[in-house]
Write a protein that binds this ligand. Structure first.
Ligand SMILES: [Zn+2]
Length: 183
């Protein structure tokens, strides 16, 4: 199975490269979208049986708690995408890390608190909704600048999936706009 990462607007694409602080231009799957087509087989989570998303080991190493960094094996890793499952990362044969082994909460997991909309900029879904409702903003760049003053993009080492958080961010904007339109 071949995964093609499609070109889409992302936090890496906004602002110039200096201001984004993006350090992953060379082999990134987010800052150079469309350039990557990797052949990775589908592997199901050993616990829930759902097919996860392949992640690079560099991402796993940055996500696990400091004391567990040495336990990240050289095997290929997948992120379990199931909302209900306690598993974070697994290899082809076994569960390597559960959600409590990870430094941040994983946004799509049940009861994730805080629920991040953008890991690079440390922004939660709640902050996005608040900014959309109270400041009338509805553009990702404006919202990040409004909350943080600047934009940072380090998806590969800060997002548990190693990819841009645009989708989760846009969903949060949508929720905020819905509330704003009702007021
Ligand atoms: Zn699972």
């Amino acid at each position: 199975m071949s995964f093609k990462i499609l070109k889409q607007a992302s936090c890496c694409g906004i602002g110039d490269s200096d201001s984004t602080g993006c350090d992953c231009a060379s082999d990134s799957n987010c800052c150079d979208p469309g350039a990557i087509s990797i052949d990775i087989k589908e592997v199901a989570c050993p616990v829930c049986g759902k097919t996860g998303v392949h992640v690079e080991n560099v991402t796993v190493k940055h996500m696990v708690k400091k004391e567990l960094m040495d336990e990240v094996s050289e095997d290929e890793h997948w992120l379990c995408m199931s909302e209900e499952c306690e598993v974070a990362y697994y290899t082809g044969s076994k569960v390597e890390f559960n959600i409590e082994d990870i430094k941040v909460t994983i946004w799509f997991k049940k009861d994730a608190n805080p629920k991040y909309a953008c890991y690079c900029n440390n922004i939660t879904e709640e902050q996005v909704i608040e900014t959309v409702v109270n400041k009338g903003l509805d553009n990702m760049k404006d919202i990040i600048v409004s909350i943080n003053g600047k934009i940072s993009s380090q998806c590969k080492v800060r997002n548990p999936a190693g990819k841009c958080c645009t989708q989760a961010f846009n969903e949060a904007i949508g929720k905020g706009m819905e509330i704003r339109n009702k007021e």
